[in-house]
Ligand binder design. Structure first.
Ligand code: SF4
Length: 276
């Protein structure tokens, strides 16, 4: 973490003591301007997709990303009072993990005055992630969880009449997904935007925000998020990719964005590729 305090560094915007050195841009920022710069990124992304009176769902797990998204997007309600926000909380049935994170989600959404709805795998799909793993399925837990969770959020969004769902994926998540697609030879996902018909539109307001900056946003805003990792994370290849990309960004600032932009360019290039 590149937090700098008490070293005489100054915020480039207000000359107050700097709190954070954003290595990839060279900026030094105080707490206020770090938060403002992240809110601006969120606002820019959200405005591309939303009207001022949109009915918006927030997929909230109780982790830092989804709760920072909720806090940041909630500020937009001052500007767009007609915008409706609904928190969507999913209980996948992961013992020793999900109940704790749901409590944090409930607590923070109620602090923000955002209404919420919950969906249980057990009640709606008659099974849980723990049960699928216990049956000795050859599928990775995250594969099962991801597919069912996406379905659950869509069901909740349709029932609540929502037009769009915001999720807390940050820039690190995007870069990890690109790397995973390379490692797994998933050329289709790497080169095309895969849109599934019948699913409510999904937006990632933190897509341009590094994970470490999400952590700092949560810290500065006093957000009580669930930080324990899911017990199945260790089994995921994504975890190794994550660790590799974090150290790459640390020694080569800007790498995360370069990976994301490279994938975007590949997708753009594929659209314009002449067919023989
Ligand atoms: Fe689901 Fe995997 Fe995330 Fe755990 S780590 S919540 S199993 S997707």
């Amino acid at each position: 973490m590149t937090v700098k305090t008490g070293q005489g560094w100054r915020c480039v915007y207000c000359n107050n003591e700097a709190f954070y050195h954003r290595k990839y841009s060279g900026e030094t920022l105080c707490r206020k301007h770090l938060i403002e710069s992240i809110d601006k990124k969120v606002y820019r992304e959200v405005r591309k997709h939303l009207r001022e009176d949109s009915r918006v769902g927030l997929a909230v797990s109780g982790g830092k990303d989804s709760l920072v998204t909720a806090h940041s997007v909630n500020k937009l309600r001052r500007r767009f009072p007609k915008m409706e926000l609904t928190g969507l909380i999913v209980d996948e049935g992961i013992e020793g993990y999900r109940l704790e994170s749901m409590e944090k989600a409930e607590k923070e959404l109620s602090r923000l005055g955002i209404r919420r709805t919950t969906f249980s795998f057990k009640e709606n799909f008659s099974t849980t992630v723990d049960e699928v793993v216990g049956l000795g399925s050859t599928l990775m837990p995250c594969t099962v969880c991801g597919v069912l969770r996406r379905r659950a959020i869509n069901i909740m969004a349709e029932e609540a009449g929502l037009e769009v769902v915001l999720s807390g994926h940050n820039a690190d998540d995007q870069a990890q997904t690109i790397f995973l697609n390379v490692i797994q030879g998933n050329v289709k996902n790497l080169t095309q935007v895969v849109e599934v018909e019948g699913f409510v539109e999904r937006i990632k307001p933190l897509r341009d925000v590094l994970e470490k900056e999400v952590v700092l946003y949560a810290l500065i805003s006093d957000i009580d998020y669930h930080s324990d990792p899911c017990p199945y994370t260790r089994r995921a290849l994504r975890n190794d990719v994550r660790n590799f990309l974090v150290s790459l960004e640390e020694s080569h600032p800007g790498s995360t964005y370069s990976i994301i932009r490279a994938a975007e360019k590949i997708r753009e290039g594929m659209k314009t590729q002449p067919r023989m």
